[in-house]
Design a protein around this ligand. Structure first.
Ligand code: NAD
Length: 443
């Protein structure tokens, strides 16, 4: 099948590489000429495990190509995937300008039947808007060409994107057209051994499914953080509580890890966008508001704990950070708890000395050169000469630590662990003050 993908970010590039890998002919289009040039030169602009190999192999086989030329891209595939960004607007709603620009481009250059597949996360009703834009441009051109718009939200997560795309729980397709169903079946046939994995539904239900999934996951995180904060004040260990509740199959162990709050490009913006969608239809989404509120508060807790440990005297201190990415196996720092912490530290005149296995380039890009930020190339270098250590991301490389050694590195024996990586007793035995999340020590 010939497939065009607009957008070569996390979703577009992974979708393109995976679909090429199962034998489709894929052309990826991006307006970012620099990105396309890098991709054509075999350079992958993002860190995602396994992606480089997949892109290299499929580029070499000729099944995966890149372009900045819109007309060529529209001409190429019968399926036209939209996988561009939908960042939050000022009021929290999803900014659809990139999606609608692609719709306009398709309307302008199409010369035969196309199926426009919306893979970006977009509010309910966007398929109708895309349809209107394409129809409007066709009318301007005086052309009466046939086209369909369907919703095919993406559920992959960064850090395991290829595995999620190829072995994910489901492919959701929102359409009422049998012709579209046939084409989408053909597109995903290589992945479908269980027929029920390909779920057809109404367009609006598909659009809402994506937001509902992310809002549910964010809710689990905020719920667990709420319980952790309570546990901290009640002298209970939330890790024991987690095991206690997870053993109930109605609750399950997935996604109930307490921590320093969710970040990334999806949960924060999608919870906000769904809240905004609710208010557009005059419904106050109370739970969603609370999910966001709890998360906002949780992201401040790393700083609050440090501040209390230092009796408010953080000016001039050097704080070591292990982990900058919003989660392991990615270089993405969008809305990461590490950023909330660093920015709060800088405001009070503290310095940051940080290490992350993948996100240092991203951190440099975000904050540039500054006197109060030193990026170092190992976890050892990060703690050298620092006054305290904060763990922001649960990368595997941070899991095993010689705490006697750590104690010797730190000016003050303070460890704030935003990811509950260690056994509190072991850490404290080494003479360190250990502040984790919901582990019975609320300072
Ligand atoms: P991204 O910001 O990484 O990439 C978007 C790309 O689109 C950029 O390369 C940009 O240059 C390109 N672009 C913008 N306008 C364009 C145009 N007119 N034509 C062609 N390309 C254009 O975004 P992402 O993280 O891949 O997310 C894309 C969508 O998928 C969003 O709606 C997001 O919410 C959703 N999503 C993201 C993830 C994730 O984990 N990142 C997971 C599921 C769904």
């Amino acid at each position: 099948m010939r497939i065009t993908i607009f957008g070569t970010g996390y979703v577009g590039l992974v979708t393109g590489a995976c679909l090429a890998d199962v034998g489709h002919d894929v052309l990826c289009m991006d307006v970012d000429a620099d990105k396309v040039a890098r991709l054509e030169a075999g350079e992958i602009p993002i860190f995602e495990p396994g992606l480089e190999e997949l892109v290299t192999a499929n580029t070499a086989s000729g099944r995966l190509r890149f372009t900045t030329d819109a007309a060529t891209a529209v001409d190429f595939g019968v399926l036209q995937f939209i996988a561009v960004g939908t960042p939050p607007d000022e009021d929290g709603s999803a900014d659809l300008q990139y999606v609608l620009t692609v719709a306009e481009t398709i309307g302008r250059y199409m010369r035969e039947f196309k199926v426009i597949v919306d893979k970006s996360t977009v509010p309910v009703g966007t398929a109708d808007r895309v349809r209107e834009v394409v129809a409007g441009v066709l009318e301007e051109r005086g052309e009466a060409l046939d086209f369909e718009v369907c919703s095919n939200p993406e559920f992959l997560k960064e850090g395991a994107a290829i595995e999620d795309f190829t072995h994910g729980a489901r492919f959701v397709v929102g359409t009422s057209s049998e012709r579209v169903r046939e084409l989408m079946r053909e597109c995903y046939a290589p992945y479908i051994r269980l027929q029920e994995k390909l779920m057809f539904m109404d367009v609006r239900a598909a659009e809402l499914t994506k937001y509902a999934a992310n809002a549910m996951l964010a809710t689990k995180i905020s719920f667990m953080n709420e319980i952790a904060n309570l546990a901290e004040r009640l002298g209970a260990d939330v890790e024991q509580v987690r095991r206690g509740i997870g053993s109930d199959p109605r609750i399950g162990y997935h996604f109930i890890y307490p921590g320093c709050g969710y970040g990334g490009s999806c949960f924060p913006k999608d919870v906000r966008a769904l809240t905004r969608t609710a208010s557009d239809v005059h419904y106050e989404a109370q739970l969603l508001g609370a999910v966001e509120g709890v998360n906002h508060r949780q992201k401040q807790t790393l700083f609050d704990k440090l501040e209390r440990a230092f009796d408010g005297a953080l000016a001039g201190r050097t704080i070591a950070l292990w982990g900058l990415a919003f989660k392991p196996n990615t270089d993405d720092m969008r809305d990461a708890p590490s950023r909330t912490l660093m920015e709060a530290l800088w405001r009070v005149g503290a310095r940051v000395q940080a290490y992350d296995p993948e996100a240092m380039g991203e951190c440099r890009r975000l904050y540039g050169e500054r006197d109060d930020l030193t990026l170092v190339d190992s976890r050892e270098a990060a703690v050298q000469g620092a006054d305290a250590l904060v763990i922001c991301t649960e990368w595997k490389v941070f899991r095993m630590v010689d705490f006697d050694w750590l104690k010797r590195q730190l000016g003050m024996p303070v460890v704030v662990d935003g990811r509950n990586l260690y056994d509190p007793e072991t850490v404290r035995k080494a003479g360190l003050m250990y502040f984790a999340v919901g582990r019975g020590d609320s300072l």
